[in-house]
Design a protein around this ligand. Sequence first.
Ligand code: SF4
Length: 252
Amino acid sequence: MDVIRLSPSRISEYQQCPQLYNYRVIQKLPEPISLDAARGTLVHSVLEELLAMPASERSLETAVMRAPHHWQVQKDGDELLANAVSDEKEWLDRVNALLASYFQLEDPQSFQPTHIEEYLELPETDQLMLHGYVDRIDIAPTGEVRIVDYKTGKAPKAGYEEKALFQLRFYGLLWYRKFGTVPKLLQLLYLGDGQVIKSNPTEKDLLNAERKALQTGSDIKVSIKENYWPTQKSRLCDWCSFKNICPAFTKQ
Ligand code: SF4
């Protein structure tokens, strides 16, 4: 069996529905373009460039000015995406609105990021490898670590924050296992509705995230070995690319 590479999104896909994980990760079936995901990638590219600039140049005007360049690069590399966006002005207007929302949530001239789009991974154990890309890691002069992730969608409804925080606790765990310190702050910035979710994690929170990740990894191993991919219907099925071939909907 190949090594199973687990990122927060892979874990949540399997937990949402093992059959979805099978179609997407094991069978690698093609999926239609997600304009929301493509817009998110574009906003991340602009912010990545912006935050690498000297602090005094990190303005909304600069971000808006650089967005068309990043869009050009993105569509040059993806003809299907280029064709899917029929109104480029509307597309860039929405990107600019998300960038404006970012500037409402924090002032990028007020801090110095230490790592941008940082890849973290842990050594493989028992055919499982935990890894992920972290949008931003800031280390204060006092040594305190803040892990930040940007979302271009809206914040979860009250009561669902814990699920959203799993991703950042997972990244916090990668940091903790690699460098031995528990990050001081985890921060999710929701540009879609201008909300912020913050958490001061404990070592126990990070170890719980690790337990959850390893348990999911072990469940995936069983699914692969036994070719067992149960369906799990939920309201998220309406957004699933595989609904038209899924046994939960095609078999009576
Ligand atoms: S439609 Fe629903 S049950 Fe079927 S694979 Fe997708 S998420 Fe799973």
